[in-house]
Design a protein around this ligand. Structure first.
Ligand code: PLP
Length: 426
């Protein structure tokens, strides 16, 4: 039987860093990643047979937990009929119907194969619709890895200690304006689009302050810019209609991914009919994809969305709140500075005395290095947190009360160990 270390070392020879997405490499926390053999519900199992209560949950792609039997059945049934056709299917219509039924501001939908493709497409639509180039994004918000949106991007980029990526030409970000999150900027009439994570979840979990999203709506209306809610994480996770329903602020465009694919590769742009109608073949803005609207992904996504109702979101939030309160209590008892920030079912731990409201305060809070000690102390005891201080945690519908109680008990011991290790490293 190969060990985690053996597989990781062999992977490093063939795959840069041994991983296909940088955060998985444990670069910011050190050590060897667990190599997943399988997952079931709230758990993942590594190749050495060790079980972890998993709060990564594919960074939010599996809201019902791993290998939910209803989703697996839908996937198998769809695959029996073929895996991709390059022609339209009814499944695409059904998924578009669910999205447009639930999200008031979504009148039309274009499916893509990832969240990155969705945000790239949204930006092109906004530029095509307005005839302007400039895009405003907020420091610490991540909108996928396309060139013009990869400026001050938080998440995986921040975990690596990079401000931006090498390989992105200055010309690609020349029209990208990066501004502080939670401050409504004054726009002018050169701005095509304002991109925002309505709840920031890529610099740790940072909720919007009151008036932020409303203020963005007012400013975009004033100058004729397109407001884009990037709901790749928040969509159908923070509520039945995502941020659109929770905040009651209408965007012009929305981007989705993760939950809407039930764990398969997917993305979507949705929004106002007049804005979406610039897309080819109706309009002049080109966008396409061999696997877009993939029948297996739409089958998994529609199954998941059909299984979610208002009660599911109350359950998700109840568990996240209980976990948040428990983590706060046991980590503060270990004499560590702590903020457990939560919005609905999303949360993250900052080892800080001050609340985190933007990327500057997020960066300040992670500088003490405590997260790394806490992460490893949790992992050694069987709880897998996302391996970076800028990631959100994803307790899902598969996490039982017992899982959460055990997580809090483990966090109590882990926080004491982290406290001692931190003191020893000073
Ligand atoms: C808010 C947000 N937008 C876009 C993306 C990119 O999605 P994907 O990784 O599917 O390309 C992510 C990924 O985590 C995200 O969190």
């Amino acid at each position: 039987m190969a060990t985690n270390l053996e597989i990781f070392e062999a992977s490093k020879k063939l795959i840069p860093g041994g991983v296909n997405s940088p955060v998985r490499s444990f670069r910011s926390v050190g050590g060897t990643p667990y190599i997943v053999e399988r997952g079931k519900g709230s758990y993942v199992y590594d190749v050495e047979g060790k079980r972890y209560i998993d709060y990564v949950q594919s960074y939010g792609a599996v809201i019902l937990g791993h290998a939910d039997s209803r989703v697996t059945r839908a996937i198998c049934e769809a695959a029996e009929n073929g895996t991709t056709y390059g022609a339209p299917t009814e499944g695409e219509l059904r998924l578009a119907e669910i999205i447009t039924d639930r999200v008031q501001g979504a009148e039309m939908v274009r499916l893509t194969s990832s969240g990155t493709e969705a945000t790239m497409t949204a930006l092109r639509i906004a530029r095509g619709f307005t005839g302007r180039d400039k895009v405003v994004k907020f420091d610490g918000c991540y909108h996928g890895h396309s060139d013009s949106l990869l400026a001050a991007a938080g998440s995986g980029v921040a975990n690596l200690g990079l401000a931006d990526s090498v390989g992105v030409p200055a010309s690609a970000v020349q029209s990208t304006l990066v501004l502080p999150y939670n401050v409504v900027p004054e726009l002018d009439e050169t701005v095509a689009a304002v991109f925002v994570e309505p709840v920031a979840a890529n610099m740790g979990l940072v909720p919007p302050v009151e008036g932020f999203l409303e203020g963005l709506r007012v400013e975009c209306d004033r100058v004729g810019a397109i407001l884009i809610f990037d709901e790749v994480i928040t969509g159908f996770r923070i509520g039945f209609s995502g941020a659109d329903g929770v905040f009651g602020v209408r965007a012009d465009l929305y981007t989705y991914g993760k939950v809407i694919g039930g764990g398969l590769p997917i993305g979507a742009v949705a929004g106002r009919t007049d804005v979406m109608s610039v897309l080819a073949p109706v309009g002049p803005v080109y966008q396409a994809g061999t696997l877009s609207g993939n029948p297996i992904a739409t089958a998994a996504g529609t199954t998941v969305l059909s299984l979610l109702d208002e009660a599911s979101y109350m359950m998700l939030e109840g568990r996240a709140k209980y976990l948040t309160d428990g983590l706060y209590k046991v980590i503060s008892e270990a004499d560590l500075p702590v903020q457990v920030q939560r919005f609905g079912p999303l949360l993250s731990v900052f080892f800080s005395d001050e609340p985190v409201v933007d990327h500057v305060s997020a960066r300040k809070s992670v500088a003490n290095g405590i997260f790394r000690h806490f992460f490893h102390a949790m992992l050694a005891r069987g709880v897998a947190l996302p391996p970076g201080p800028y990631e959100a945690y994803f307790p899902g519908l598969a996490h039982s009360w017992d899982d959460i109680d055990r997580t809090i008990d483990i966090a109590s011991a882990a926080a004491k160990e982290a406290s001692e290790r931190h003191a020893g490293s000073l």
